[in-house]
Ligand binder design. Sequence first.
Ligand code: NAD
Length: 490
Amino acid sequence: MSKEQTVRPARHYINGSFRDSADGGVFDVVNPATEEVITVAARGQVADIDSAVDAARGAFDDGAWSRAPAAFRRKTLFKAADLLEARSDEIMHLQTLEMGGPIGPPHPGPHPLVERSAWNLRFFAEEQELAGERAYNRDDNLLTYTMSDAAGVFGLITPWNSPLMLSTWKMAPCLAYGNSAVHKPSELSPLSMGVLCEVFEEAGMPAGVYNVVLGHGREAGAPLVEHPDVLGVSFTGSPATAKDIAGRAAPTLKRTSFELGGKSANIIFADADLKKAIPSAAMGIFMNSGQACIAGSRILVQRSIYDDFLKAFTEVAAAWTPGNPLDRTTRMGPLVSKGQYDRVMGYLDIARDEGRILFGGGRPEGLDKGYFVEPTAIVDASPDARISQEEIFGPVGVIIPFDDADDALRIANNSDFGLAGYIWTGSQDTAHYMSHRLETGMIWINTGFNRDLRQPFGGVKESGLGREGGELSRHFYTTTRFASFPLTPR
Ligand code: NAD
């Protein structure tokens, strides 16, 4: 029996123990690289959400975590980070099986995505301990001090495209500031979170503080959003789901944070360092098979270098050959699911009408099984075309020429989205001019995706509402109040 076939069924984690669904329901977990069912996962419903929220509420009221000294929470989260790194191979193997992301070359230490996830835990463990309160003294008559306390139970709803990293990005601040959580991972990535539950338990986190309910969006996600004991929902996923969540959260006036999709422009000026810009443009759209919210899916190239760019980009893209994601040399794995494969193939049909396929555009030769799509570039499409406007979430870049900075801005800002923008130029003036006018939440100049966890991560327009990172996460996951008392004047 292959290693893939020995995967244990995935179960909910509620009040410190792994459980089946109340009604015994399960769903199949499919390996997208082979199309084989590798195991089953518990299919959560209202009853499972109710149990998990009760456990989270009970843990919060008990105070063993919510009112614990900050140093205790830091110690626990640091220990969890160490344990997570020690189980890097195991968790990355599960993640690759569930969503097809390439496991990548061997590393001397933990896998970079595990390292980043451990950093999420350590960063917020320290942030919550070091964060200070404010005090105001009004003319020696009134002293006011602010308090930012753990707020309650949060629902965390996450997508499949980077399950461990995106989940820890939410749960780290949520838990660090003393809250309890009910986490609903995507139905397409239910395996890897089990390791995290074991890690938190071993690190000494009290039962009920972190709970996981597996299952589908409407069946498990919606009851979580509607639950009256859930104070807030942090969601990463598509704009359509965010709108549904916003509607369901409104009757109980929940706080919400939305990190959503994108159609980000990667803008390359003629004076850019093309040796860096071109491989970075390929990485920006082919990494994770284009299934990244911050993918640079619209590649805007100054007209004077357009033809040379197409040639060089085609050459660079040849290195992104799809293959078995468990193979250490593979850079590009399959898409996550049949649904996603059909969706991307549908867009490629549209692309043939709306523009011209420069390279790629189909299933790679020799890969008859699995949801693989070739790295693809589309040219000669209008900036208004559907393939230039809609988030494809696949390895499909649309390349559009522009004349000058204002033309680039007009094309880039012609979008319902506004997540990230990338600017490649040798001129600081151009970079500055562009960054003040580009309608996106995040801008990277002469670099690809590069993080500082204090950055305000998030988007504008349909790309999101709210910011997470550093103290902005603290504002979301705590309740800020004040207490005042009179002073005896000096
Ligand atoms: P999705 O919106 O379909 O699902 C995300 C999560 O929401 C899943 O756990 C799903 O089960 C759940 N869900 C679905 N319907 C729900 C409902 N009605 N109520 C409550 N929960 C529900 O998104 P996806 O396909 O999993 O992820 C891809 C999308 O996520 C893309 O648009 C991508 O750009 C976006 N994304 C954004 C970021 C970011 O940080 N901005 C990061 C990664 C992905």
